[in-house]
Design a protein around this ligand. Structure first.
Ligand code: FE
Length: 142
């Protein structure tokens, strides 16, 4: 699902295998390393991406899938823990063939080409999440 190296203490460089899901692979990596707080940054290319848009009035996510080849122009995320499992909050921006961009809160995206990621863990921290009724979001619990 991925290859990685440890480039310095608590910092990892990952290369995801072609055709895997980014969230699925990163969740597996966080489980393998026991990461409970951290940062993710990366780039690559995908053939499909599903974004979520939170409608603040309805407090509901509206999902939209783009099924086309796109460049990841930015992937930024954070790692926390919810219900004992890794909880990834990732925002993704993708560049299309016509050089316009789409993006948003990432549900899942499928690699088509490469995906290069840097992950930094904060081993002394464990950041939790709780569901906030007012916003409809899973907010940080310190
Ligand atoms: Fe988000």
């Amino acid at each position: 699902m991925y290859k990685y190296c440890t480039c310095s203490e608590n910092r990892f460089v990952l290369s995801l295998d072609n055709h895997v899901g980014i969230v699925e692979a990163l969740t597996a990596f966080c489980k393998e390393k026991g990461i409970k707080a951290g940062l993710i940054t990366g780039l690559g290319a995908v053939s499909e991406a599903t974004f979520r848009f939170l409608d603040p009035a309805a407090k509901k996510y509206v999902d939209k899938t783009f099924s086309e080849q796109m460049e990841i122009t930015n992937l930024t995320g954070n790692i926390s823990v919810k219900d004992g499992a890794p909880y990834l909050h990732i925002h993704l921006t993708c560049g299309r063939r016509d050089y316009t961009c789409v993006g948003g809160h990432l549900l899942e995206a499928r690699i088509n080409g490469a995906c290069e990621l840097f992950v930094e863990s904060f081993p002394d921290a464990e950041i939790g999440r709780y569901f906030d009724e007012e916003t409809g979001l899973n907010l940080y619990k310190f």
